[in-house]
Write a new protein. Structure first.
Length: 128
């Protein structure tokens, strides 16, 4: 089962790069290890919380956030994905696309859903 939360925003006139920076900063404040990159499909942010994710989920998993669209019509996808080492230099988009969102089992799904809701709430507050 794939857990992915999709949020759609319209008429917000948001600078998507600035939005991504704000999300990264918020995640860092909360103790996440964060990496991000611009890709043809949008801005990709990966966040991994040492200890919690490593204990509950396998060590190569992270929350993946994808911001795609235009300033007045964009979507934010939040889900569990494979931690891509040095995402900024990941060249093979096919590899990146195949690991953005992974299937998770029921215990992971419950925990993931809880954290996704929290992240979604924080992102909605940042968007305004």
């Amino acid at each position: 089962m794939v857990s992915e939360k999709v949020m759609h925003f319209q008429n917000k006139n948001k600078d998507l790069n600035l939005l991504a920076q704000q999300i990264v900063q918020q995640l860092q404040v909360e103790g996440y290890k964060v990496q991000s990159t611009n890709a043809p499909l949008g801005i990709i942010i990966q966040a991994q919380k040492a200890g919690v994710l490593r204990d509950i989920i396998t060590a190569d998993r992270a929350f993946t956030i994808v911001i795609a669209g235009q300033p007045n019509d964009f979507t934010v996808h939040i889900g569990i994905g494979k931690w891509v080492q040095n995402i900024a230099v990941a060249v093979a988009e096919a590899l990146l696309l195949s690991t953005l969102f992974l299937a998770v089992d029921v215990p992971e799904m419950l925990w993931t859903t809880h954290v996704e809701k929290q992240l979604a709430k924080e992102i909605a507050q940042i968007v305004g």
